[in-house]
Structure formats: structure tokens, C-alpha cells
Design a protein. Sequence first.
Length: 252
Amino acid sequence: VREASRDYRKSVALSEELVRREAELESRGYQTWVQARQEKDWKLFAPVLKEWIAARRERASAIDASKPPYDVLADEYSTGLTADRIRAIFDEVKAGLLPFLAELRSKSTAPESSWLKGNFESAKQAELCREIALALGFDLEKGRLDVSVHPFTGGAHPTDVRMTTRFKAQDVMDGIIGAIHETGHALYEQGRNADYDGLPVSNAAGMAIHESQSLLWERMVAKSRPFATFLLPKLRQSFPEAFPEDKTDEDL
């Protein structure tokens, strides 16, 4: 009841004109971003980005003018999140991570990965990514996997989850890692409790939790030694000429 009331108050605070403008900006902004990316000219994106920032500030003011705009907008991604909380988290991570990275760089060298580069047919990459997503648990009866300019996961319902990835002809791992990341998002969506469908308790618990699920699969699973053991034979099966027989899962 609390969450439903909170969502209702936010919704009725927004004018119809603002909601329409945001929807138009989202559509125009995406198309402009694609063009800017293709042409490598990010100045093309600046005008619509400026409009978007103004609209988001307007949204924040309409919802709660007494709070900083960033705090109001961050709350829409993760309930209760504020700039101060984000700063505290990042300061703690920074304090531990920077010395660790400095030590790592001083004592070791980056693994040799040139053997993972080549010319990999996109259709074969797509089939391999589909196979991996299914092995991780993605249900094609409740979603689909496609290709887009940038990987993302969306959909209207846990029974209709759409995820995409992208492929680089010279880097097979880019598409695989993107697909695994999006599979993490998709598994979270498909796993929402159908017994409470339509109620706030069945909604995703915020972007932070969502990203924790995608990064769990991408970083903790996909970059593990057991996963390398699983993946290397599939790479050789899909691209038999590309991967030397002397390379092992440890190299991967």
C-alpha cells in the first residue's frame, strides 16, 4: 500500500504536457544519439540532451520542490537513494579500490588476449550468444534475444522480456559479455513473482538491484574459471579456425 501510494503521488504530480514532452524527447534523443554515435559527432546530441535535462529538472520540481533535483530523480531508480548516499558509497569503494589497483598494476601484467581477436561472423556470434543465454536459464517462451546499437533489456511483463546485444566482427567476447550481462537483467525480470502480478511487491526493486543481478552473471560467473571451461569448447565449435588448440580455459 505504501509503495502504491508513493507511485500514485508521483504520477499525479506530473502534468500531461510534461509526460508527453518527455516521451517525445526519449524517442528523439535515442535517434539523435544513434546518429551522433555513427558520425562520431557528439555535438549533434547536445541540443536534445539540454532539453532532456531541463525536462528532468521540471519533473523533480513537480514531484518535490523541497528536495534537491538529483535526490528526487535518484529515488525513481532506487527508493531512498540520495546524492549523499551515493557519495558515501563511492568514497568507501574508492578508498579500498585505488590502492588495490595500484598494487595490482605494479606486480602483474595484463593477460595476453590477442588470440581472442579475429574476424567473427555476426550470425555465428548471435547463435552462440543465444545458446549461452539459454544455458544460463533465459526462457524463450517468455522473451527473445535480438541485436541493437547498444545492449539493453526491456519488455512489458515478466512473460515478455526483450533483450539485445551487439556484435563486433573483430572481438567475439564483446558480444558474449554483453549478452551475459543482459541475460542477468532478463533472468531477474522473468523471475518476478507471478502470484503478485500487478502489485508493487512484484515490481523490480530498483536499478541498483537490477544491475547487481546483471553484474553477478557478467563479473562473478562469466569471468570465472569454471565458466571459461564451459565457454572454450563452444568457441571452438562455433569458430573452429579461430582458436588455437594450445590455449586452455586458464588462458581464457
